[in-house]
Ligand binder design. Structure first.
Ligand code: PXP
Length: 251
């Protein structure tokens, strides 16, 4: 069964817009995570950025204590954050690139360039019982380098596919080409013994096309679920996404 990890950063973004630096305020990402779990989500994803623009340290500790599914900590391969992860012990860490000026995680990791350092971090995290995933574009060289680091998962970056899918002036062949890159990337990663997750920009409209990608274990979805929750509430928003994902692998 295709699993859903709900990314609750977007809840913290709303809180920080009003209460930045004050250590309190609503909405609470931990309360949101518990609602996602009650609705059937298989895991909770949170990105502790170096600039702490949304999720704060207190959030990840409270998530660690309160959630009952799996905590997927997205983070940069930066010494301060790696040390924190080793103490926090999420079930899985997804290493992502971070640029301070980006609105959200824009590209995949350059594993080819940072292979040695990523492999060292992978070893330290695995040594603490934490599985490791690398957020990468569906690029053959990056996937090969990812496998060489010894990580357990790759998370294929679906951002470009989502952009092309929703581009009103776009060419539908561009979205199809991106989908084919994801399909080939998933096949390659699976053949190399990696488990395959996917995420970024996935929503209620593009999900059925994305479901043509084979070997998927988990999708990490945030913005579209939190946006839908503004209209219908978080529990129905998560349930609708799970219902849309239930058809995965059926055909
Ligand atoms: N996966 C990763 C690695 C991400 O950085 C993000 C964005 O925070 C997501 C998944 C979720 O993306 P979205 O919010 O567009 O669903």
């Amino acid at each position: 069964m295709l699993k859903l990890g709900v990314n609750i950063d977007h809840v913290a973004t709303v809180r920080e817009a009003r209460y930045r630096g004050r250590g309190f305020g609503e909405p609470c990402p931990v309360a949101a995570a518990l609602l996602c779990e009650a609705a059937g989500a298989h895991g909770i994803t949170a990105h502790l950025r170096e600039d702490r623009r949304h999720i704060q340290d207190r959030d990840v500790w409270a998530l660690r204590e309160k959630i009952r599914t799996r905590l997927n900590l997205e983070m940069a391969n930066a010494p301060e954050i790696v040390d924190l992860a080793l103490k926090l012990k999420p079930e899985i860490v997804c290493l992502v690139p971070e640029r301070r000026l980006e609105v959200t995680t824009e590209g995949g990791l350059d594993v080819v360039a940072a292979e040695k350092s990523l492999a060292e971090t992978r070893k330290r995290l695995n040594g603490a019982g934490i599985e490791v995933s690398l957020f990468i574009a569906p690029d053959p060289g990056q996937i090969e380098a990812g496998a060489r680091t010894g990580c357990q998962f790759v998370e294929l970056h679906t951002g470009r596919f989502a952009e092309e899918f929703h581009n009103p002036a776009g060419d539908p062949r561009a979205a199809e080409a991106e989908l084919q890159r994801l399909i080939a990337g998933a096949e390659q990663a699976h053949a190399l013994g990696l488990q395959v997750n996917a995420g970024h920009g996935l929503n209620y409209e593009n999900l059925s096309a994305l479901c043509r990608v084979p070997h998927l274990v988990e999708l990490n979805i945030g913005h579209s679920i939190v946006s839908r929750a503004v209209s219908v509430g978080l529990v129905p928003a998560v349930r609708e996404m799970l219902a849309a994902m239930a058809a995965y692998g059926a055909s």
